[in-house]
Design a protein around this ligand. Structure first.
Ligand code: CP3
Length: 356
């Protein structure tokens, strides 16, 4: 595959090109179904809680050694088929000077919410110099991970905008929708800026060594498809287009997006992430056979005991039977109280049941 990747990139020099994750994303035959978990690096791991003692979340994200170690923890423990880069969707915003914090148990909180055209001008371009310790972690991880691909990620324009406009997490996205429907020019200007920033952040992670990317549009399920197409799709498309020439697999995921799957596919992705509300067979009907699917075990089901967990893993795999490509994952992130042994069991079971 011809790409603009540096020759020493793990996807270009062959290290990750035949990994199960990359093959599945490209809808090629796999040795086994690849599995990784959204939020695999995080509070469910005792070694994570130990190393994070006394360091705030955002500070951790800009501390190279911590990012490397936390990213590797779940790979070591579970034998997952990919590492997800330890960071947060608001890291590039912090890096360009937006006054924000990540409050434990709450999420990102923005000091001065974005509501006007003048606010849009507070978002400047992201340059590699803004995220030097972050990119240093990507490079170091690429060396450590060998054949295991590193997934870089960014928040999609809508989800980033929802934090910026609301000032923090929101249930109903009322201010976000007020801006979107009431001041569409400001909305499109804001999302255009965020698409540039997200796309650039993805591109920098890939050039530093990430072998795949995921664009998280976690909260876009709050929109009907017609509004998604008008107010969001062009911007998510632009963010994903920023890495198109690099030839790395792209994954696009959101929560509660059953009604949006075909439109999210059209943003220019190789893999459509599916949450736990839509069975993969049905998702495949909506997405078609030119894309791989990722998902979709309910993270809450991991508390149900071994037999129930096993049965639900088997159900997801049965639903995925015959898909052109499947990456096993949860339907959303690992919940903080999840027993790490249960996640380990899921990895082993998926590998065992799908070994070819
Ligand atoms: O393992 C991984 O998936 C990698 C790390 C990762 C984090 N955030 C670490 C984190 C990733 C991929 C994210 C992305 C992210 N951040 C998303 C998209 C994914 C999704 O869940 O839909 C969103 C919406 C955010 C915003 C955000 N940051 C939220 C909602 C929270 C949780 C708030 C809380 O404490 O309950 C955060 C904080 C956060 N991001 C933590 C971690 C490990 C918890 C902070 C801590 O451990 O103190």
């Amino acid at each position: 595959m011809s790409t603009a990747l540096p020759e020493s990139h793990p996807l270009a020099d062959g290290r990750t090109a035949s990994s199960a994750l990359v093959l599945a994303a490209r809808r090629q035959p796999v040795p086994h179904t690849p599995v990784w978990f959204m939020r695999q690096a995080g509070r469910s791991l005792p070694e994570y809680r130990a190393i994070r003692q006394g360091t705030a979340m955002l500070e951790s994200c800009f501390t190279t050694d911590l990012v490397v170690e936390i990213t590797l923890q779940p790979v070591r423990r579970y034998g997952v088929d990919a590492a997800i880069f330890f960071s947060d969707i608001v890291v590039p915003l912090k890096a360009i000077g937006v006054d924000l914090d990540i409050k434990p148990g709450v999420g990102p909180v923005i000091a001065e919410p974005f509501r006007t055209a003048a606010d849009v001008d507070r978002l400047r371009d992201l340059t590699p110099d803004d995220v030097t310790p972050v990119l240093a972690a990507v490079t170091a991880l690429t060396g450590e991970l060998g054949a295991t691909p590193l997934i870089g990620f960014a928040g999609a324009p809508f989800t980033l905008a929802s934090y910026l406009v609301e000032g923090g997490p929101s249930r109903d996205h009322a201010q976000t929708k007020a801006l979107m429907y009431g001041a569409p020019d400001v909305w499109h200007a804001l999302l255009g800026r965020l698409a540039e920033i997200a796309g650039e952040f993805l591109r920098q992670q890939v050039l530093a060594g990430a072998s795949a990317v995921q664009l998280f549009d976690s909260w876009v399920g709050a929109l009907p498809a017609r509004d998604y197409r008008e107010y969001v799709l062009p911007h998510s498309t632009r963010a994903l287009a920023a890495v198109a020439d690099l030839g790395v697999p792209r994954i696009h995921f959101g929560v509660g997006t059953g009604e949006l799957l075909a439109d999210m596919r059209d943003a220019g992705t190789d893999v459509v992430g599916v949450d736990f509300r839509v069975p993969l067979v049905e998702a495949a009907r909506r997405v078609g056979d030119q894309h791989a699917l990722q998902g979709n075990l309910d993270p809450a089901a991991l508390f149900a005991g071994r037999d129930a967990v096993d049965a639900r893993v088997r159900q997801v795999l049965a639903d995925a039977e015959g898909l052109p490509g499947h990456i096993f994952n949860l339907g959303h992130g690992v919940l903080p109280d999840t027993d790490p042994d249960v996640l380990h069991r899921v990895v082993d079971l998926v590998h065992e049941l799908t070994a070819r």
